[in-house]
Write a protein that binds this ligand. Structure first.
Ligand SMILES: NC(=O)c1ccc[n+]([C@@H]2O[C@H](COP(=O)([O-])OP(=O)(O)OC[C@H]3O[C@@H](n4cnc5c(N)ncnc54)[C@H](OP(=O)(O)O)[C@@H]3O)[C@@H](O)[C@H]2O)c1
Length: 331
């Protein structure tokens, strides 16, 4: 094999800092973009750095890379991956932690903007009207429930606690974690959602979380809950949430993530007119954006690739059965 042949396939756009980060974190590891590979060099590829499927991986056929063993996502979520086309022996890792400080900060911004009626306050100022004030809410003295107490969840807890909020978390098995007063397991979701009036969803979209917040979970929440979703839109039943907002005017929802997203083409859609509801606030999947995020997220992704190329087990390898159902995705 030609020693200049790429061991790392770059399924990402040429981004600022990419070359210098590769040199610093993966010294000596040869790399190439998809268009720079050919049938003679493809057998050298052992790992891939994967960005947007719709923008950066068009034409990528995993089986054309016979020695591919590891796919590191540049994004945190892996729910949109073509699992059926990635051979079963290839490990896949999300960029866990790559966006956490930024997403957590945005989740706090959504929660406070909604709970403190920031948009309505601005409208009142524009009209010169000071009273009556709406039912302004505070994190102080409240309990914040964090569904998906992983990297983003823990970063969120770090930011919420100084406001004077207690923290309840939910992870898969209910395993205790730093910064969390009480942890529920996933199968106690309905109990957990009623444990506090601020509720944050930061879970991945898996076969188990998809649609897991439906009408009965919404009914189990306090009527004056402020619900923030920065994980994935489809963990929540879209119609159930819309109806609940219409029927419960004191329930407030603030979402960054959507049911129908085509981020490669800059588009989001929903089947219901959420944005016309007074108790709703949205942002268009912007939570992860920051001037520092490119460098930060690239750093965490390349560190995991560095583990792989050193011969160490990469971190955050996903269980495929959580994404495609038990047995699926196998040859
Ligand atoms: N809005 C945005 O721009 C944006 C940006 C980045 C990420 N995200 C989303 O946020 C997700 C989390 O990212 P992260 O970096 O925090 O990942 P992470 O560290 O892996 O955290 C995920 C957490 O969710 C928990 N979880 C998984 N399945 C669950 C279930 N069925 N019920 C309850 N909890 C469950 C995991 O439990 P265990 O601890 O037991 O494994 C873990 O604690 C990503 O997958 C992505 O979808 C959104």
């Amino acid at each position: 094999m030609n020693d200049q042949a790429p061991r790392l396939l770059l399924l990402t756009r040429e981004r600022p800092g990419l070359r210098s980060a590769l040199q610093a974190l993966l010294p000596g590891v040869t790399s190439a973009f998809l268009g720079e590979t050919d049938p003679t060099s493809r057998p050298a590829v052992e790992a891939a750095l994967l960005g947007s499927i719709g923008r950066d991986a068009v034409g990528w056929e995993p089986s054309a890379f016979p020695r591919l063993r590891f796919v590191q996502r540049l994004f945190a979520g892996v729910d949109d991956l073509p699992f059926d086309r990635i051979p079963a022996g290839v490990q896949i890792a999300g960029n866990v932690g790559g966006y956490s400080p930024f997403v957590a900060e945005h989740a706090v911004a959504l929660a406070l903007s909604s709970a403190r009626y920031v948009r309505e306050g601005h409208a009142a100022v524009a009209e010169g009207r000071a009273r009556p004030a709406p039912d302004l809410r505070s994190l102080h003295g409240e309990t914040a429930v964090i569904l998906g107490y992983g990297s983003i969840g823990a970063a969120l807890a770090d930011r919420l606690r100084p406001f004077g909020a207690g923290i309840v978390g939910v992870n898969r098995r209910g395993t205790a974690a730093a910064g969390c007063d009480v942890m529920f397991s996933a199968d106690r979701l309905r109990e957990a959602v009623g444990a506090g009036r601020f509720l944050f969803d930061a879970r991945p979209l898996t076969v188990r979380t998809r649609g897991s917040i439906g009408a009965s979970e919404l009914r189990a929440m306090a009527e004056d809950t402020t619900f923030v979703n920065v994980g994935r839109g489809a963990t929540v039943d879209e119609e159930a949430l819309y109806r609940h907002l219409v029927d419960h005017p004191r329930f407030r929802a603030a979402l960054d993530v959507w049911w129908d997203e085509d981020l490669a083409h800059g588009r989001i859609e929903s089947r219901f007119p959420f944005a016309s509801l007074p108790n709703f606030l949205g942002s268009p999947h912007w939570a992860g954006f920051s001037p520092h995020v490119e460098e930060y997220a690239l750093g965490t992704a390349l560190e995991n690739l560095a583990r792989f190329f050193r011969g160490e087990p990469p971190r955050h390898v996903v269980d495929r059965t959580e994404y495609v159902g038990r047995g699926a995705g196998r040859p």
